[in-house]
Design a protein around this ligand. Sequence first.
Ligand SMILES: [Zn+2]
Length: 233
Amino acid sequence: MRLTEEFTLRQAVVTCPACNRTFSTPHLANMPVITQDTPIETDLHRALPNGAIRAALIGLCRGCGYAWWITVFKTEEILPNSLTADEYSLERTQYPRKFANAFLTGRQNGAHHRELALLALNGHWCAREAGLPHERWLDLAAQEMGKALRDRDWTGNRGYYHYLMGEICRQQRKFKEALEHFGTVDFQSRLPRELILRQKVQATAGDSSPTRLPPYLVELIFCPRRSRKAFPL
Ligand SMILES: [Zn+2]
């Protein structure tokens, strides 16, 4: 199976920040920019054409077991040849496992529940992109996002994460909880009102399916420079 031409994976040599070993790992060398036609779902993630691409976002040191976002690993060298998914160094079933390793690393290092929730969400999306079971990942994301939102000391963009939690609940068929979370999203989330109203309608209708955003909402949320005048908030 060939990756699409727009996404390019290469092999990179990186250094582990925990034990200083160097090892090679797949590296996402090119990702096409987002346009209104980019497939983005209502939980605000970009649907990738292959689980190998999302898995490349995580570095995993086989020496000490440390795993985290690839950006914390120092890149020593990027090798010239691009990889196909078949040449990726892991089996398909191992793609989401990299997120499991990162989740454990985060837990061991006291990462905030928001970070753990985002890792679990990425594990969920990666498993879907690899054609693997993914429901337990969603449950894990719900647990961690719930803990993050109950942390009154956490001062992040709470409205944005209430929206994400609403989407997690909707996809878990917990529609009443989804509506409660959507109801707490305020203007500070910087999410368009149309999006919140749309997802309230979907939850009220008892629809738990993953759903693509319509192009005009992709434009509003992800291409704000081109559409600032139309931004409703
Ligand atoms: Zn290491």
